[in-house]
Unconditional design. Structure first.
Length: 244
């Protein structure tokens, strides 16, 4: 009499521990490397391994609406256990210079005044500063406005996406964190009118920003400075990850 071979059912795949949302591929470039075993899952979604944990990264586009949609997709389709907004921000505090990395202790949405608490331990980090991150609906280019917003909201940096990811995390009841690196400090104004750089869908267009910037000497100067700041910010975001 032959004994029937016993088979063990394969365990279901473990859901990713963390979902990361960036607006631009440039911001996410430090994560898209062999160091983190980056692998494309779809057009704008990647699988990573951070600290031995499975992670998914979505490049969602500029603005809180885009970041909300990308984050919701990660919570609904990938069942991530935490959400993190990652990328660039403008400085609102004198202590921050281009390339400095901020780990937010809270996100404040400028249009509603809503506060979203942040967790500081979703990723191991080093060389970071702490403070509130203000999420605006438009680029803040004026040095005077940056200083005023920093004082009014007691915020150290401003971005365009963090509130969208924070709201998606709240809806999914998962932890939320925000990591941003500074591209432009609060002492300098940007002459480019970003209101004229929107696509037909009302979203900021990187192509139109460049087209607008090269129309004047001041615009070209600001594009150059923003490019240098963005390169430094991207490099330092990668360096801030303290992973074995």
């Amino acid at each position: 009499m032959r004994l029937r071979e016993q088979t063990t059912a394969a365990a279901p795949p473990k859901p990713p521990r963390l979902g990361i949302v960036a607006a631009l591929r440039w911001e996410a470039q430090p994560l898209l490397s062999k160091r983190f075993q980056a692998r494309r899952l779809s057009d704008n979604v990647y699988s990573l391994t951070l600290g031995g944990e499975q992670t998914v990264l979505a490049i969602g586009g500029i603005g809180a609406q885009n970041s909300f949609r990308a984050a919701r997709e990660l919570t609904e389709k990938c069942q991530v256990q935490g959400l993190l907004t990652w990328g660039f921000a403008g400085g609102l505090a004198a202590s921050l210079l281009p390339g400095d990395v901020v780990l937010a202790d809270r996100v404040v949405e400028l249009s509603t005044g809503e506060h979203f608490p942040c967790q500081g331990d979703l990723l191991p980090l080093r060389f970071v500063q702490r403070g509130a991150l203000l999420c605006a609906h438009r680029v803040i280019g004026s040095a005077a406005e940056k200083q005023r917003l920093g004082e009014d909201w007691q915020a150290v940096a401003v971005d365009l996406e963090s509130a969208g990811v924070a709201r998606a995390a709240a809806l999914a009841a998962v932890p939320f964190a925000a990591i941003k690196s500074i591209t432009d400090d609060f002492r300098h104004s940007i002459s480019i009118d970003f209101q004229d750089c929107q696509s037909e869908h009302g979203e900021l267009s990187a192509v139109r920003i460049i087209q607008k910037g090269i129309q004047s000497w001041h615009g070209m100067r600001d594009l150059w400075a923003l490019g240098l700041g963005a390169r430094l910010a991207a490099r330092n975001l990668g360096a801030a990850l303290y992973l074995a």
